[in-house]
Design a protein around this ligand. Structure first.
Ligand code: HEC
Ligand code: HEC
Ligand code: HEC
Ligand code: HEC
Ligand code: HEC
Length: 346
């Protein structure tokens, strides 16, 4: 598939300015050009050869993979790098492979229209034709399975095959599998707590005002193309303040429940000497004595583990502070003087 068959995002932006504005700041758009990824994949290219990065780019830069740019000494002009996972990649996916991850999808020839018989018309067509037949446009760019978790699972389950490691098959991340095993999928007998059914889109593509307007908006909103998650580094790097603010607000929406479950004298056994339960006064504490606090941290609003994917890159920590008379008298688990923290990886 020559790179030229993929219309760039600016083409879709003519009528979908809202989706474009959101996508532009998302990790999907920045999935190739951002410096943390570039550094990593360049190490692979330099040490093993660019053909090994086909493993990565099925997820990070699909047009580079499909156009044959990942071939030693390729002379292709790579204007698509800046677009990363662009509109015409996701919106041309016609089929999913069984849940194998690593970019397990099948692309149709990118098109924005089907003809009267339902056949795809490759390439772009005059705007007036789309506007005259929005139904035929929709059939070319939308499939019912785009609204399922399986769609996201094509790239949000990963493994390192023997052809890459030269040694063993290794599991990478398995966010899709984690979601299926969670109470949100309603597909697993394992979870204890009942949660309302939610797929990836329910949490990561909530309706957002289509600013500055979008031909497909309903009631002024579209399914958010920001895909807010845990990454604050990339929006910070590009000074995309709106994405950064929204990411922080997304993370602060009651995702974890943190309770001081009990207090007990430091010397007490596991189930003896409890002197406080949740919500009860802690009047029995005596100055000068040592106590243990039992803290319960529960995932209460995330449809998979906390830090589901790049566990070595994200930091999650729990800070415990004891205050008295307006001052902090004891502290544990926060940022250390070197700016790092004792981090929970999963
Ligand atoms: C000339 C204007 C125009 C261009 C260019 C255009 N679209 Fe659209 N698009 C529309 C209109 C109008 C609708 C609303 C269709 C409806 O509601 O029936 C729409 C709807 C959609 C939908 C929603 C379909 C549904 O079933 O809800 C998607 C997805 C979409 N477009 C994707 C794209 C992508 C991807 C591109 C670029 C490759 C693109 N569009 C380019 C005008 C355009
Ligand atoms: C199955 C699809 C898939 C494959 C294959 C894949 N990645 Fe990723 N990669 C992702 C996803 C999804 C994330 C985002 C994870 C997150 O935010 O926690 C990511 C994140 C990263 C990051 C962190 C970027 C950041 O800004 O935090 C680096 C670095 C990275 N990948 C490198 C690679 C390299 C190098 C390869 C090939 C050896 C590769 N990836 C293969 C899907 C994939
Ligand atoms: C019930 C809501 C919910 C559902 C369902 C859900 N997520 Fe998340 N997701 C979150 C929250 C909240 C975060 C931020 C906290 C974190 O990083 O775990 C997040 C973070 C992420 C991240 C960022 C990775 C990182 O290391 O920070 C990715 C990627 C992701 N989700 C993908 C998915 C995919 C794919 C699915 C479906 C298979 C899914 N999510 C289902 C709420 C959800
Ligand atoms: C990572 C894959 C992905 C990329 C990249 C992507 N989309 Fe989408 N898009 C989706 C999914 C999934 C939906 C359906 C969401 C839902 O409603 O559950 C969707 C829905 C839409 C809709 C319908 C609006 C609505 O409210 O559902 C439009 C219009 C659209 N996309 C346009 C675009 C444009 C324009 C771009 C590029 C600027 C783009 N998309 C990039 C996955 C993608
Ligand atoms: C073509 C492959 C592909 C598809 C399809 C895809 N993703 Fe992603 N997604 C990625 C890659 C690659 C990244 C990370 C880019 C980076 O960090 O450099 C990512 C990043 C994300 C992030 C941001 C994580 C963060 O740390 O902030 C979220 C959330 C996310 N994806 C959710 C989804 C959801 C929901 C769907 C389905 C509607 C989906 N993705 C479909 C490849 C894909």
């Amino acid at each position: 598939m020559p790179a030229s068959v993929f219309p760039p995002a600016t083409y879709c932006a003519r009528c979908h300015a809202g989706a474009y504005h959101q996508w532009e700041q998302s990790l999907h758009r920045n999935s190739f050009r951002e410096p943390f990824y570039k550094k990593n994949v360049d190490l692979l290219n330099d040490s093993k050869g660019i053909e090994f990065s086909r493993h990565c780019e099925g997820c990070h830069n699909p047009i580079a993979l499909f156009s044959g740019a990942l071939t030693p000494k390729s002379q292709l002009i790579r204007t698509f790098d800046d677009d990363g996972i662009t509109c015409s990649v996701c919106h041309s996916i016609e089929k999913l492979q069984p849940m194998r991850g690593n970019g397990a999808y099948v692309l149709a020839a990118p098109s924005v229209m089907v003809d009267a018989a339902g056949r795809r018309i490759p390439g772009v067509v005059p705007d007036a034709e789309i506007l005259a037949h929005p139904d035929r446009h929709a059939r070319a760019v939308m499939q019912p399975f785009y609204r399922s978790s399986e769609f996201c699972g094509a790239c949000h389950n990963s493994n390192l095959p023997v052809s890459l490691t030269g040694l063993n098959w290794l599991r990478g991340f398995s966010t899709y599998d984690e979601w299926r095993a969670s109470s949100y999928s309603h597909e697993s007998p394992l979870p204890y707590y009942e949660k309302p059914a939610a797929n990836c889109q329910t949490c990561h593509m909530q309706p957002e005002a289509a600013n500055p307007g979008d031909a497909a908006s309903r009631g002024g909103a579209i399914s958010s193309h920001r895909w807010l998650g845990g990454n604050t580094a990339v929006p910070f790097y590009y000074q995309m303040q709106e994405q950064l603010d929204r990411t922080q607000a997304f993370l602060q929406r009651q995702r974890l429940a943190v309770d001081i479950f009990a207090l007990q004298p430091a010397t007490a056994g596991a189930d003896t000497g409890l002197i406080a339960a949740p919500g009860e006064p802690t009047g029995a504490i005596k100055p000068g004595e040592a106590y243990k606090a039992l803290v319960l941290v529960q995932n209460s609003g995330i449809g998979h583990s906390l830090v589901p994917e790049q566990r070595d890159i994200y930091e999650a920590w729990l800070e415990f502070a004891v205050t008295s008379g307006g001052g902090t008298i004891w502290r544990s688990g926060g940022l250390l003087p070197d700016g790092r923290a004792r981090s929970f990886r999963a």
